[in-house]
Structure formats: C-alpha cells, structure tokens
Design a protein around this ligand. Structure first.
Ligand SMILES: CC(C)(COP(=O)(O)OP(=O)(O)OC[C@H]1O[C@@H](n2cnc3c(N)ncnc32)[C@H](O)[C@@H]1OP(=O)(O)O)[C@@H](O)C(=O)NCCC(=O)NCCS
Length: 227
C-alpha cells in the first residue's frame, strides 16, 4: 500500500529535470530482474525529447521525481508509423511514447496510468492522432497499462540494436470495438503471436491467471478491415 504521506503531482518535464531523470533511470535499471526490458537512453535523447514540446510528464512527490513518461516527436526517418504502413499524410500527427518508469517503491499502484491519461488528453487537444511505443515481451505491467488505454500490439521486431520489442499503436481517431475473432495465447509464446500478427491480428489485452500464467488476447476485425 502507498504511504498516505505522499503528495503526488503530475507536472511537465523540462531539460532542467534531465539529471533527475537519469538518476531515476539508473535506479530503475539496477532493480530490474530482466535488464533487457528497459533500454537505457542517454543524456542527448532526453534533452532532445524535452526540447520538442511540453508533453513529457513527470510524477513528483514533494518536488522529487518518482516517475516519468517521455514523449518525443519523431523525424521522418525514425517514425514508427512506417512500421504499420501509416499514410504519408498522417506521419506528422505521430508522437512516440517512452521510456517510462515509476520509482521501484511505488510500482504496482497504477501510477503510470495517471501520467498516461493526462498525456493522451494533451496530445489529442494538440492534434496528434497516432501514438506509438515499444515494449519488451513479458513486461506485463507496462503492457497492461497501455493496452488499457486502447493501444494495440501490431508488430514484434528487433529494435534498439538487438532487443525484441512489441510495437504498439494507438489510433486516437478510431473507436474501439470488440474484435470479430479472438484468440488467446500465452505471453511467452512469441512464435504464435508473430504468426497471428502476420495474419492481421492485433494484441489488445493481457490477463494474469491464478496459476501464474499470463495470457495475451489477440483479435481480428474481419477481412474488410485488412483490405
Ligand atoms: C512499467 C511501469 C512503469 C508500470 O508502472 P506502475 O504504475 O507501477 O504499473 P502497475 O504495476 O500499477 O501496473 C499497471 C497495470 O498493469 C496491471 N498488471 C501488472 N502486472 C500484470 C500482469 N502480470 N498481468 C496483467 N496485468 C498486470 C496492473 O494490475 C495494473 O492495472 P490496474 O491499474 O488496472 O490494476 C513500472 O513497473 C516500471 O517502472 N518498471 C520498470 C521500467 C519499465 O519496465 N518501463 C517500461 C519500459 S520503457
């Protein structure tokens, strides 16, 4: 349970916060059981992202940074919109999310969601329509947090050199509807997931079962949507 003494506040991040972000990032990486689940970004990455707009938000407890989700506005070359075949005209309406982190002592309290919900509203008001991010398979808390916001798993690819990542996409102009066809796959069964993605399925939910197994739900909207 979270201490009632906490005074949490979500605020925009600026370049002044880069040293604190780097310190929190180091702490996060130290405590990770799977080091490959978080890609360490350097000074320059954070400076560039934080100069690009006011969308990156931090979670503060009495002025101390305890969480963040970085938003960057991609150039033409690095735009993840290409990964899902987004129209050229939509590429300027793309924002990238991540990295994201919550202080280890505060994880498990749904705090990332507080940041994400605020960011979604602000990006929508500013005219952004597509948000992309990458998440390591088996990083279930991160996956659950973004799937709950309507993101869909669209691809599984090697990114950041040699790290396996889901590519997730949120199309803010699309109303979410129940898929016509649903398939359940265990979180670890990446081969079946890859196959489903090849056939036009998308991942849309993650469920933890009492047995300890984690299941991903994949859906398909029927042939019309894929043509
Ligand atoms: C990923 C991270 C930011 C999530 O932050 P958080 O606010 O602590 O998230 P929570 O643990 O509260 O989980 C978010 C949701 O996932 C759900 N969840 C967690 N583990 C789950 C699992 N194994 N299966 C299904 N759902 C799960 C939670 O129930 C919660 O949903 P709810 O709010 O509806 O209950 C945090 O764990 C972190 O900093 N991890 C290390 C860094 C990292 O991996 N960053 C992401 C990659 S850049």
């Amino acid at each position: 349970m979270m201490s009632p003494q906490l005074a949490l506040e979500v605020k925009p991040l600026t370049i002044e916060h880069v040293p604190e972000i780097l310190a929190l990032q180091d702490l996060i990486i130290e405590t990770l059981s799977d080091k490959k689940s978080y890609y360490r970004e350097e000074n320059d990455y954070f400076f560039k992202a934080l100069q690009g707009g006011d969308y990156s938000l931090g979670l503060f407890d009495r002025g101390n940074l305890v969480g963040y989700n970085i938003v960057s506005l991609p150039d033409d070359i690095q735009n993840l919109g290409y990964e899902v075949g987004l129209y050229e005209s939509a590429l300027s309406k793309v924002a990238h999310w991540g990295p994201a982190a919550i202080h280890p002592s505060l994880q498990g309290n749904g705090l990332l969601k507080k940041i994400l919900v605020k960011q979604l509203k602000e990006l929508k008001v500013s005219g952004y329509e597509h948000i992309f991010l990458t998440i390591a398979p088996c990083n279930y808390s991160s996956l659950a947090a973004v799937l709950q916001q309507g993101f869909l798993i669209k691809r599984i690819k090697l990114k950041f050199g040699n790290l396996l990542r889901y590519i997730l996409h949120l199309d803010m102009s699309r109303t979410l509807k129940k898929p016509i066809c649903q398939v359940r796959v265990t979180g670890e069964d990446l081969e079946s997931q890859k196959l489903l993605l090849t056939f036009g399925f998308y991942g849309y939910s993650v469920e933890s079962e009492k047995s300890g197994t984690t299941t991903l739900l994949f859906g398909h909207d029927g042939l019309e949507e894929t043509l």
